[in-house]
Write a protein that binds this ligand. Structure first.
Ligand SMILES: [Cu+2]
Length: 148
């Protein structure tokens, strides 16, 4: 009896520690999940997924990337207008915003946002894609429509 008692106490202590660790782990998971949901909710309020990018009075467009997809399959701008493009990457890996015809190549770091400015003088339809190997083939392709 004298020998087994300390062993049992040790076991109880380690099991208590395991439970505490598990509880902390669950709390952290819930917190992260909450953050992701809050961010997505905020995003949905700002951006219409799968539609054209949001246009603001000062010609600033928000263009998002998430889950290996461009958030908007079509980006519409006017020829000759200086456009400020806010590129937001919600993936944990980098992407890029490429339009070969316009010599445009903008790196999009993981889980970050960058801003780029450009003007397209000629109306037309241009192909937007991600230049990271395999991403274009995986569906990271969209259209820039430049209206007269
Ligand atoms: Cu990509």
């Amino acid at each position: 009896m004298q020998v087994t008692t300390p062993v049992m106490e040790q076991e109880q202590e380690s099991s208590w520690l395991t439970k505490a660790g598990l509880a902390v782990g669950i709390l952290v998971c819930l917190l992260l999940f909450g953050l992701v949901v809050a961010r997505m909710g905020l995003l949905n309020g700002l951006v219409n997924w799968g539609e054209t990018a949001v246009s603001t009075p000062n010609n600033t467009l928000i263009y998002t990337t998430k889950a290996m997809r461009f958030g908007q399959t079509e980006l519409r701008i006017k020829a000759g207008q200086e456009i400020t493009l806010q590129l937001e990457n919600y993936d944990m890996y980098p992407h890029s915003f490429d339009i070969d015809e316009l010599g445009l190549h903008v790196e999009m770091p993981a889980n970050d946002q960058v801003t780029t400015q450009f003007t397209v003088p000629e109306p037309g339809t241009y192909t937007i894609y991600c230049a990271v190997p395999g991403h274009r083939q995986a569906g990271m392709i969209a259209t820039l429509v430049v209206e007269p």
